[in-house]
Design a protein around this ligand. Structure first.
Ligand SMILES: *Cc1c(COP(=O)(O)O)cnc(C)c1O
Length: 458
């Protein structure tokens, strides 16, 4: 007889992953190389390590080792807040009157409120081992800055965070949390960097963007001794660290002989999605299983569903190496919506490649008001106040579950619940007051952003 599936499946400490899974090793077609914008030639790990922590630059280039050992100190950090539960959403299923079996992997159970701590812990550990004393980064909604502040507090590293100004104004308490862990927070654009001053002189009232905050953080990292820049999403090594999400989820499913038919994640820079899907995608690429993968993105910043697959910069200041990815152009400044973590012009090169080659089946853009409607339904029936980013995945999961009701199919749906939304109450208030709007860029808006795509040197 099949075992009754509990509301929450937790792995024991001894069952936690001891190795990250490097999906790139199992991709027959590798993602295109990262290019030096000056020469148009592939960058080397040496070049990358001028900006990035050396071991992270090495991981970025490693497309062949299938498994990478998680150092003991990082495993020990993970044990403070992992495993995260795989939850069966029985109450939501009942409310939707659906035959679907809905599961979510909940990454919000730590103070940063999101999955980002999985990579922050790893990145800061490697920085410490390299003997670095300072790090810089950017943060949009604040989850990455908080996660990194926690890891820097733990490993005793000085951290400077450039926080997108619009978010800093919306979420003053985020700043307080980061400062509690010892970080220094500067709203971006700021007059502390050359690129920040340039942007302010053109547009003094701008609320900023992730691309702009990245430029400021990189400039500061290159001008500070013993300092590197670290990034909370997009890059392959971040996706690698996030594979703990998928590895735990797959192991938890296996305990009940289950396997998801549909797997959904929200996609900003693509890291929680990449981490959640990694081992399942490995099965698909090996021809063992065939789950249907959906990336949920905001209609206001539709990098995959309406972007172009092209080489682009990671930042508006055009300082990063070039990555081949789905992008709206580094010059695209998305309208201020409430899913700060999804307001990024580009997309993880791995996720982009999987989508381009048809392995990641679908990118679905969803409007903000429908996203908050899903978030409120979820809060009532599952008892968790979710991050607006995560609510994009919930919207899509609910829509799939409603389809199951109409067709009578009992599909198993897994979605990534990437974080909690306690700092997003201004957005919830706007939704409750009926003041929330659905901004969808026109084709002309998108053309303007795409016009900023670089021309590769010959
Ligand atoms: C940052 C963030 C995201 C988006 O980032 P990805 O790299 O696409 O995962 C999604 N959800 C939450 C809660 C976040 O903090």
């Amino acid at each position: 007889m099949a075992k009754q599936v509990p509301y929450k499946i937790y792995l024991s400490e001894s069952e936690l992953p001891k190795r990250w899974y490097n999906l790139r090793a199992d991709m027959k077609e590798k993602r295109d190389p990262i290019l030096n914008p000056g020469t148009g030639k592939p960058v080397t790990a040496d070049e990358l390590s001028q900006i990035l922590v050396t071991e992270l630059a090495n991981q970025e280039m490693d497309v062949t080792n299938r498994y990478i050992d998680i150092p003991e100190e990082i495993q020990s950090f993970y044990r403070m807040y992992r495993p995260s539960p795989l939850v069966r959403a029985y109450c939501l299923e009942k409310a939707l009157d659906t035959p679907a079996h809905i599961f979510y992997k909940f990454e919000g159970g730590n103070t940063s409120g999101s999955h980002k701590l999985n990579s922050a812990a790893a990145q800061v550990y490697y920085a410490k081992h390299q003997g670095l004393t300072h790090l810089t980064t950017e943060t949009g909604a604040g989850q990455w800055g908080t996660a990194l502040s926690m890891a820097c507090g733990f490993f005793d590293i000085d951290l400077k965070v450039y926080m997108v100004k619009a978010s800093a104004n919306q979420k003053p308490y985020r700043k307080a949390v980061m400062e509690t862990f010892g970080a220094h927070v500067t709203p971006s654009p700021s007059n502390t960097t050359r690129v920040g001053r340039q942007i302010l002189s053109k547009d003094p009232t701008t609320g900023g963007s992730l691309g702009c905050a990245i430029s400021e953080a990189i400039e500061t990292a290159t001008l500070t001794d013993n300092c590197r820049y670290v990034l909370g999403s997009v890059l392959d090594h971040v996706a690698l660290h996030q594979s703990v999400i998928g590895l735990e989820a797959k192991a938890a499913f296996e305990q009940y002989d289950l396997y998801p038919d549909i797997i959904i994640g929200c996609a900003g820079g693509g890291s929680n999605l990449a981490g959640l899907i990694a081992p399942f995608m490995g099965d698909k690429l090996a021809g063992k299983r065939n789950p249907y993968f959906i990336a949920a993105e905001p209609a206001s910043c539709p990098s995959m569903s309406r972007g172009r697959y092209a080489y682009d910069f990671g930042d508006i200041g055009r300082t990063t190496p070039l990555m081949k990815m789905y992008t709206l152009g580094s010059g695209f400044i998305p309208s201020p919506n409430h899913a700060g973590g999804l307001r990024y012009h580009g997309m993880s090169p791995i996720v982009s490649k999987l989508y381009h080659d048809g392995h990641l089946d679908e990118a679905r853009a969803v409007e903000q008001t429908r996203v908050f409607e899903a978030a409120c339904t979820f809060a009532k029936h599952e008892g968790t106040l979710v991050a607006p980013e995560s609510a994009h995945a919930i919207r899509v999961a609910m829509d799939e579950a409603i389809k199951c009701r109409e067709t009578g199919q009992a599909k198993t749906i897994l979605f990534g619940l990437s974080g909690t939304g306690y700092f997003d109450l201004a957005a919830y208030m706007e939704y409750q007051n009926g003041q929330m709007t659905d901004f969808i860029p026109t084709d002309e808006d998108l053309e303007r952003g795409l016009a900023s795509l670089p021309i590769l040197p010959k």
